[in-house]
Design a protein around this ligand. Sequence first.
Ligand SMILES: [Zn+2]
Length: 86
Amino acid sequence: MDIEFCQSCGMPMNDNDYGTNVDGTTNKDYCNHCYDNGEFTSDRTMDDMINFCAPKMAENTGIDESEARKIMEEMFPNLKRWKNNK
Ligand SMILES: [Zn+2]
C-alpha cells in the first residue's frame, strides 16, 4: 500500500486528509491543512513550515523536537511545494 505524504508539510495522509481543488475534487498532493479550495491556506515559507510542524511532529512521534527538525530539513526541500522555491 502506498502512503501519500503531503507535499507541503510532509504529513502522511489518509483518504480524509487530502486537500481540495477549486472544483471540489481531491488534491492528493497536499493535505487539507495546507491546501483548501485550490489554494494554500497560508503563505508560510519552508522555514516557517518547519518551525510550525516540528513541535507537532515531535509530539505525535515522541522524538525530540531537534530530531524532528533535522528530519524535516532533509525532507522538505524534496517536497513539491518547496522544491523549486527555496
Ligand atoms: Zn500539509
